[in-house]
Design a protein around this ligand. Structure first.
Ligand SMILES: NC(=O)c1ccc[n+]([C@@H]2O[C@H](COP(=O)([O-])OP(=O)(O)OC[C@H]3O[C@@H](n4cnc5c(N)ncnc54)[C@H](OP(=O)(O)O)[C@@H]3O)[C@@H](O)[C@H]2O)c1
Length: 250
């Protein structure tokens, strides 16, 4: 095993996660690539080995199906195989057109697990690992939807809001330690997730988003919007009177 530091990217088969895996590989990290789609992960791993000349291993995981003990075992296996985990980027996320109003319960559970429960279990597990080693940074993807809930993506918004709140709590817990927890509230990003949607504002590229996040992972960044122009927009939307907000279509 090389003495390179390891980065774990959960959601690496597509979009921001795939771009993040590339970004971290070119910054010299050994990669653990995680998502459900093993074939996509294998292609990415092969590409990174050749182009970025780093070790890349594939570790499939389904966040919606994983039990708490399954997540614990996954973290323990990563920690045993890669003792120098310095970066964990959890970009996995799930949206659905059927997540509207009172979302059907099986879908509700899947969205909560993929965007919140399994994610905070992973954050907790890797944070404990980093605490016992040399520290490191864990980044998660929230969304502008967390601060602007509406009738569409209802469960998704609440899951991302819960994720942000959890991260803020852990940041307070780990203050003055080398364990950094970061939450990126993303606006529109040009990936499979936003494909075909009518977007009111320009979408960032997955590559720019990953580069921004990877840069911030070396800093004391805690919570913020990307692209940053979303901050004032969300502030205005979040403070609109209900009589106006309920008429907004976005
Ligand atoms: N795109 C946007 O406009 C936008 C806006 C705001 C926030 N975000 C957030 O940004 C993050 C990145 O999104 P993206 O745009 O890169 O989306 P994407 O291209 O759809 O990628 C989503 C990733 O999540 C993985 N994933 C989905 N369900 C999973 C499950 N059950 N278990 C494990 N992995 C799972 C997918 O891999 P598999 O299918 O292989 O499992 C894929 O790698 C997400 O958290 C998303 O909520 C995106």
């Amino acid at each position: 095993m090389s003495d390179k530091k390891t980065a774990v990217v959960i959601g690496a088969s597509s979009g921001v996660g795939r771009a993040m895996a590339r970004e971290l590989a070119y910054r010299g990290y050994r990669l653990v690539l995680v998502a459900r789609d093993r074939a996509e992960l294998d292609i990415l791993a092969g590409d990174l080995r050749i182009r970025a000349k780093v070790e890349a291993v594939v570790s499939p995981l389904d966040l919606a199906a994983a039990t708490t003990s399954g997540i614990q075992e996954f973290v323990a296996r990563c920690a045993a195989d890669h003792p120098a985990i310095e970066r964990v980027a959890i970009t996995a996320g799930q949206v659905s057109d059927d997540d509207q109003g009172p979302t059907p319960l099986p879908l509700l559970e899947s969205i909560v697990k993929t965007n919140y429960l399994a994610v905070i279990e992973l954050v907790a597990g890797f944070a404990r690992h980093m605490e016992q080693h040399a520290g490191g940074t864990i980044a998660v993807c929230s969304s502008i939807a967390a601060a602007t809930p509406r009738g569409r993506n209802t469960v998704y918004s609440s899951a991302k809001a819960g994720l942000e709140t959890y991260c803020r709590g852990l940041q307070h817990h780990y203050r003055d330690t080398p364990v950094r927890i970061q939450a990126f509230a993303l606006g529109y990003v040009d990936t499979a997730m936003s494909f075909g949607q009518k977007l009111l504002f320009p979408a960032a590229s997955a590559e720019d988003t990953a580069r921004y996040m990877a840069d911030k992972m070396s800093t004391d960044f805690r919570v913020g919007f990307y692209p940053r122009f979303w901050r004032p927009i969300v502030m205005v939307l979040a403070h609109l009177p209900w009589g106006v907000y309920k008429r907004m279509k976005f």
